[in-house]
Design a binder for this molecule. Structure first.
Ligand code: FES
Length: 105
């Protein structure tokens, strides 16, 4: 569905992982572009409905591209974060629902 305008041979490739799977992607592109180019469409699920979300605006406005990188607990916007060698990217897990009757903040 997505492809780069530049022939891949012109860009140096770096290896990142997505959900533990290695992906060879052009250096200098965003994580979102790398995932879309690799056919990986889902970054996270909505906490309430569980609906899958994918990069949409590609300019930092929608937050639908949030992913976790390198064991960091806070998600980053994949469209604003460049790839680098060895980057480990994971989907944002859906939060566990709070059981009925349990008070929460
Ligand atoms: S795709 Fe919209 S914020 Fe990244």
């Amino acid at each position: 569905m997505f492809r780069t305008l530049r022939p891949a041979a012109q860009a140096e490739a770096v290896t990142i992982t997505y959900e533990g799977r290695p992906l060879s992607v052009p250096q200098g592109i965003s994580i979102a572009a790398a995932l879309l180019g690799a056919g990986e469409m889902v970054c996270k699920s909505m906490p309430t409905s569980g609906a899958d979300r994918a990069p949409y605006c590609l300019m930092g406005a929608c937050f639908d591209c949030q992913v976790l990188v390198d064991e960091q607990p806070t998600p980053v916007q994949a469209c604003l974060t460049p790839v680098r060698p060895g980057l480990a990217v994971r989907r944002v897990p859906r939060p566990t629902p709070v059981p009925e009757g349990v008070a929460h903040d």
